[in-house]
Write a protein that binds this ligand. Structure first.
Ligand code: SAM
Length: 329
């Protein structure tokens, strides 16, 4: 699949549920209204959609959400998609999780063909963890990380960098992650969906964070790539990798290779734009995939050049109304 700007689309991110067992302050409001369960595609339908994308050239699938591991029977989908990894049709099947349910799923994830996962973790301080996630239990996430490493899964930690909340902890998180053989990626907070606070209060441009870190560490740019938008440095003192995802200060749209499917069958061609395509109608129109292929082609022909997020006190409204949990972070 090639979009109008000549970019090959080979990466599908799937938000398998918009529900989550955490309520991270920068992501969601505490009293979220989620989609009625009847609007969700079944796991069989999601499998069929993903398989259609694989037939059309997708080589990497990431399951995300919401929290993917809270969707009932999610391992059915993981196992079905894992068959494409085993057959060689898919290079990688991976998951982004908050880690809360990881301890009980880690072995099975590995067995299904998952080799690398991203675990979102913004702090190593249990009290701060509670304040940021509202509902999360830090010890459960640590158990999840332990279990995943024991199962043989490679972990990358993702931390949203938040001014006055966790920015001062990033050096400790670097040492923790690298000490346990994990990469760490820091992310700028994006204006997606209404939350109870003003995101400007905690927005931290990563250029600032990098300058601070350079007071303590030697950071060397490296060409390492995982197929995602992070730009990596090697931290000389630890020998580990640190990634920067900078949707705000430096968009990475020129190399965008991905589209995002929601649990209702809506395809977003860009995280930061509202335009979308309805694949559910095409999916349900026929048992053969021909309508679906046509709907996917039509959607790819509308993939926009890029996004343009702005976060400042003049722009009080989020750039896109939907929360990250809908499109899948
Ligand atoms: N529940 C899973 C998790 O915690 O990783 C997957 C979904 S979550 C929406 C994916 C990632 O998006 C998490 O790392 C989260 O911190 C991040 N995220 C959520 N809202 C964000 C925002 N407004 N700006 C930047 N990152 C955000």
């Amino acid at each position: 699949m090639i979009d109008p700007f000549g970019r090959t689309v080979s990466y599908l991110r799937v938000s398998v549920t918009d529900r989550c067992d955490f309520r991270c302050t920068y992501c969601m409001a505490e009293n979220m209204t989620f989609l009625p369960k009847k609007d969700l595609l079944t796991l069989e339908e999601l499998n069929r959609l993903c398989s259609a994308f694989i037939s059309k050239g997708v080589r990497k699938i990431r399951l995300t959400g919401g929290e993917p591991l809270v969707r009932k029977n999610i391992m059915f989908l993981v196992r079905e998609l894992g068959r494409h990894v085993h057959s060689g049709a898919l290079d990688e099947l991976t998951v982004t999780t908050n880690g809360s349910q990881l301890a009980r799923h880690a072995d099975e994830l590995y067995d299904c063909g998952v080799r690398r996962i991203n675990v979102s973790l913004d702090t190593l301080d249990p009290a701060k963890f509670k304040a940021i996630t509202r509902w999360g239990d830090f010890s459960k996430v640590m158990e999840g990380i332990d279990a995943a490493q024991k199962a043989g899964l490679k972990i990358k930690l993702n931390a949203v960098a938040l001014k006055d909340l966790n920015a001062d902890e990033i050096p400790e998180m670097i040492r923790f992650a690298h000490g346990r053989g994990m990469d760490l990626t820091v992310i700028e907070t994006m204006p997606m969906g209404e939350i109870e606070e003003d995101r400007t209060d905690h927005y931290l441009p990563l250029s600032e964070l990098r300058a601070d870190l350079e007071g303590e560490f030697t950071l060397a740019d490296i060409p390492y790539k995982t197929g995602g938008p992070a730009r990596y440095v090697e931290v000389k003192e630890t020998g580990g990798r640190l990634g920067f995802i900078t949707p705000m200060t430096h968009n990475f749209c020129e190399s965008c290779n991905r589209v995002r499917l929601t649990c209702t069958g809506t395809l977003y061609m860009c995280l930061g734009q509202n335009d979308a395509a309805d694949l559910r109608t095409a999916l349900r129109a026929s048992e053969s995939d021909e309508y679906l292929y046509a709907a996917i082609d039509e959607a790819i022909s509308r993939k926009p050049k890029g996004h343009d997020f702005i976060i400042d006190r003049q722009h009080r409204k989020p750039a896109v109304a939907r929360h990250m949990s809908v499109t899948g972070g």
